[in-house]
Ligand binder design. Structure first.
Ligand code: AVJ
Length: 374
């Protein structure tokens, strides 16, 4: 694993804490601060909660559609039920990367399907949590034919790399041969490999950005993240975006709210853990009993907001700074945007992708959208 040095991580935590907690009028802390080791564990626990439908719904989409997703990636526009891309049964013709991979439990379903198609598959998970990535690395032990190359990085603030390794069998049929006319020449031109030091055919990247991670970001930031991802990709590559959908006739707001305010209090512990982290990493003196978890639906921005509310007037000290709270004042810790189909199309198009197919669950709670780089 490639790992950022703890010193720079602590500096980033300090910078984030001081700028966020001195912001006016609304104090904020950025959601990436949730994911220390304990926070990552708490998030895993959230994904098992009865109220948290997101993970289970997305997992079911992978269980049902893994082959469809891969077929659509490899041969855009191929009819459903078409035999799975015979021409791709050669080593290393594609690789799967993932932004914000976490422990990658859902991804395992797609990776297993992909290794059946291509027996030597490189998986490139990127995440801010080293401990979560260890679980992702362990997938190699349970999925034969899988090679994992993990990167510890904050994909919003830090550089990361996506590899297009040379295909180990350059004599194999070229992907362009099995792409439908019209798409073929635009989506895959082996000549594009000329920018690489390695002559010949390079692997196509399927980049995953799933789990509704995109929901943490305001529209402009989300566009910037996807544009940067797009800049790492080449024609023939694609993005699979997993997003939670806006309330509808089939999806009441109460269902969404409950997912962020569960009966067992796991989400509350997850939210409060951010203060615990600041106490530990920055020697701060937050009293965790004097703050409470709050989840709200913001209909104007179509998002769930998580806050930590100060239950009393109080002062907190962080690295020599004194931060004052009035009773009822909140720290805004997270946004979780919920998308309409139209909002997703706009976001993807603005970011340089062409959405080609969306997979929904029956109640249209969650969407997996495949978008190509034409
Ligand atoms: C990891 C950003 C997808 O917004 O649903 C879960 C984080 N916060 N419960 C989400 C989260 C509270 C989660 N994402």
């Amino acid at each position: 694993m490639t790992t950022a040095t703890p010193v720079s991580l602590n500096e980033a935590v300090l910078h984030e804490a001081l700028s966020g907690l001195t912001a006016k009028p609304q104090k904020t802390l950025s959601p990436w601060l949730f994911y220390d080791d304990r926070g990552s564990q708490l998030f895993e626990a959230i994904t098992d909660l009865p109220e948290y439908y997101l993970t289970r719904t997305e997992r079911a989409l992978f269980a049902t559609h893994a082959d469809d997703i891969l077929r659509e990636f490899l041969s855009p526009g191929a009819p459903a039920g078409a035999p799975a891309t015979q021409a791709f049964l050669s080593p290393d013709l594609f690789t799967i990367a993932e932004l914000g991979a976490g422990s990658a439990t859902k991804t395992g379903l797609l990776l297993a399907a992909a290794t059946r198609l291509q027996p030597n598959l490189l998986y490139q998970p990127i995440d801010v949590s080293a401990s979560a990535l260890e679980a992702a690395e362990n997938l190699a032990a349970t999925i034969p034919g899988l090679r994992v190359q993990a990167q510890v990085a904050n994909y919003v603030t830090e550089p990361y790399t996506l590899q297009h390794p040379p295909a180990s069998n350059p004599g194999a049929p070229q992907p362009a041969l099995s792409l439908p006319k019209g798409l073929a020449s635009e989506t895959w031109d082996p000549q594009d490999a000329r920018t690489s030091n390695t002559p010949g055919l390079r692997s196509r990247v399927l980049a995953l950005y799933i789990g509704s991670s995109i929901g943490n970001f305001a529209p402009d930031e989300a566009t910037a993240i996807l544009r940067r991802l797009r800049s790492h990709l080449q024609p023939g590559d694609a993005l699979l975006l997993g997003a939670d959908l806006a309330p509808s006739a089939h999806k009441p707001i109460s269902t969404i709210l409950a997912a962020y305010d569960d009966a067992a209090g796991v989400t509350a512990a997850f939210n409060l853990n951010i203060l615990h982290r600041l106490n530990r990493d920055l020697d701060a003196d937050f009293n965790l009993d004097a703050f409470a978890h709050r989840a709200r639906w913001n209909p104007v921005d179509s998002r769930i907001e998580m806050h930590l509310e100060s239950l009393i007037p109080q002062a907190v000290h962080i690295s020599g700074h004194r931060i004052q709270f009035f009773e009822g004042e909140t720290i805004h810790t997270e946004n979780s945007y919920k998308f309409t189909g139209e909002a997703l199309d706009t976001l993807l198009t603005r970011s340089g992708f062409t959405p080609t197919r969306t997979f929904h669950d029956p109640t249209r709670s969650f969407a997996l959208t495949l978008a190509h780089t034409l």
